[in-house]
Design a protein around this ligand. Sequence first.
Ligand SMILES: Nc1ncnc2c1ncn2[C@@H]1O[C@H](COP(=O)(O)OP(=O)(O)OP(=O)(O)O)[C@@H](O)[C@H]1O
Ligand SMILES: [Mg+2]
Length: 326
Amino acid sequence: MTPILELDDVRKHYTTRSGLARRTSSVRAVDGVSLRLERGETLGLVGESGCGKSTLARTLVLLEKPDSGEIRFDGRPVAVTDAASLRRDAQIVFQDPYTSLPPHMKVRRIIAEPLMIHRIASGAELRARVDELIADVGLPGTVADKLPGQLSGGQRQRVSIARALALEPSLLIADESVSALDVSVQAQILNLLNGLRERHGLTLLFVSHDIGVVTYVSQRIAVMYLGKIVEMGPTADVYGNALHPYTRALMAAVPSMEHRGRERIEVRGDPPDPRHPPPGCAYHPRCPIAQDICRVESPPVREWLPGRHAACHFALDGVSDGRNTG
Ligand SMILES: Nc1ncnc2c1ncn2[C@@H]1O[C@H](COP(=O)(O)OP(=O)(O)OP(=O)(O)O)[C@@H](O)[C@H]1O
Ligand SMILES: [Mg+2]
């Protein structure tokens, strides 16, 4: 089956001016990303703050124009002119349920708005559709007449999801949409997203800096570092036996994932300044297994095992000697 979304070598760089001299510097927020999303799956996108996750999410629904590379939606190249229809078919649920809803609008109106703007429903039909969406995200009908400020964080998140579902998208992107919530509420939202995916045949791109959360909901995960995908593969395989030392470090940093004698490796130090990435492999200054080649040669993404991609000169080292098998 044709993947719902394919990216080939997509780049998005930002140029900024700063300092007294107004010197320009460039940030390679998304630096040659290739990936595919299969229909009906959940792909988790994970990486530290600033690695380019949101830029990638925004670029792939053309909220940002890519500098280069190709994006295909449902097999068709997405010319920038298709942006409106693509944005309808691919919806983003934003990060913070506390600020992403208009505070003076009642929930019914918030969810109805996309249906009104696109002239999809009006009158009794609109009312019925909104009630249906409210029920679909597990909210009681009484929230319809409330303002966002009268709802809990989890309820607001559900309202955001209902609003995103109103136009019946085939792809839903959830960008850090649970991190502002406490753990038990997070789990409920993750379960809701999973249920919606199954009921509506949705494809999900789940974006978070928390690899524990990402592995919980995703069939496959993609790990991003400084604008590049450094590892991608089925969650169960990556969880049991990551190919990239950065993935291993991210997993070791999650307390609940540190178990069964998994080697404890910290993500050492801060991420490098994205305006001045290190030469060679961008991860080498923090990498416990870096060799000379890593300091000079940037490793391309390779498929080392079926369905398992990594950008590391020594991707199979942790696999062959079983060090990373937990
Ligand atoms: N509009 C912009 N102009 C200039 N630089 C930008 C812009 N948006 C993002 N950046 C830079 O691009 C890089 C990637 O940012 P992005 O927001 O995509 O990261 P992220 O992985 O989503 O981070 P977080 O986990 O904090 O949400 C950062 O260095 C950021 O400062
Ligand atoms: Mg972000």
